[in-house]
Design a protein around this ligand. Structure first.
Ligand code: PRT
Ligand code: ZN
Length: 294
């Protein structure tokens, strides 16, 4: 019997491609791939990658062609809103590729709510999500489907407003538009199908997920080491952000001083270090953590 492998759908090229691969690398998968390759085989785990357009990822996972997928929430939510037979679910939020699907209107145009767009034309690449938002508010508007360059529609006088992805807002600003209302907030997701998988495949997914969580937790965490006078210990430990049970060690010839080592599960800012120093801490070191398993 051949050992089972799982198949993950990833964006082939584009905004999410590099970060998706970087996440898998952090999970210990080192994949060499040529630019036009559709399939890649990982040696370190029984995992194959399928590199496709992001719009195809939810469908490939929903239909079981791939077991997992890494895709933007905007694309996932659109497919979910569009398809009655859609059968994929969110396994994990991955914390990158943040953006918003928003309504944007020309500068100077009044906007309080979707109701202001009653009877008007809205250009979008996300017709199902827009239709749902309009229906929820009881607004009737014409949806103009565009697959790209949605932001030029108002200038071309083919739409009164747009519903598109916004990150920094620079694209809107350079087209004389501004963000009027956020419909959904989006980040990269790990998704899976709803169908049952073999125990072997479930096991591979569990292992991968544990590594992904370990990699993201490690990124958000820091290892902090410092020297502290014993009498100030409570104050100093209280200042450590998100630290659980620090290790207190005696110092060789350190008098009343001890060494404090702790994993901080939140960012350690310069301000925190200054406050620690004011509370009597010295020799403060903040170190990155590469991997973590709790
Ligand atoms: O070829 P393929 O179909 O795979 O890719 P694509 O061209 O459809 O998508 P791509 O690579 O542009 O984006 C992939 C995913 O990245 C999206 O589905 C989002 O989940 C996420 N993402 C994050 C973004 C942005 N940021 C983003 N800024 N997707 C698109 N944009 C575009 C947006 O459409 C607009 O044109 O960037 C412009 C706005 O950016 P700002 O910074 O000027 O506001
Ligand atoms: Zn796409």
């Amino acid at each position: 019997m051949t050992a089972e492998r799982i198949r993950i759908a990833l964006q082939k090229s584009g905004r999410m491609a590099e970060d998706s691969m970087a996440l898998l690398r952090k999970c210990g998968l080192h994949i060499d791939r040529s630019k036009d390759q559709l399939f890649c085989r990982a040696k370190e785990m029984p995992i194959d990658l399928m590199m496709i357009r992001d719009d195809d990822i939810p469908g490939f996972v929903s239909s079981g062609i791939c077991d997992l997928g890494i895709v933007g929430e905007n694309v996932f939510a659109e497919e979910k809103a569009a398809g009655e037979t859609f059968a994929a679910q969110i396994l994990e939020r991955l914390g990158f590729s943040f953006c918003r699907l928003s309504i944007a209107v020309p500068d100077g145009k009044a906007y309080e709510s979707l109701a202001n767009l009653q009877g008007q034309t809205i250009a979008t690449s996300y017709p199902a999500l827009l239709q749902k938002a309009l229906r929820d508010e009881g607004v009737e508007a014409k949806i103009l489907l565009m697959t790209g360059s949605v932001e030029v529609a108002p200038r071309l006088k083919i739409a009164d407003a747009i519903c598109d992805i916004v990150a920094s807002g620079a694209t809107l600003a350079s087209n004389g538009l501004h963000e009027a209302e956020v419909l959904i907030r989006s980040e990269a997701l790990l998704i899976r199908g709803q169908g049952a998988l073999s125990p072997e495949k479930e096991d591979i997914i569990k292992r991968l997920l544990r590594r992904m969580r370990g990699a993201t937790q490690a990124e958000d965490s820091k290892y902090i080491m410092l020297h502290a006078p014993r009498r100030q210990l409570d104050d100093i430990v209280g200042l450590l952000p998100g630290a659980e049970s620090p290790t207190i060690l005696p110092l060789q010839g350190g008098g009343d001083k001890v060494a404090v080592h702790a994993v901080c599960r939140e960012a350690v800012f310069w301000e925190t270090m200054e406050r620690l120093q004011e509370a009597g801490a010295s020799a403060i070191l903040v170190l990155p953590i590469e991997k973590m398993m709790i």
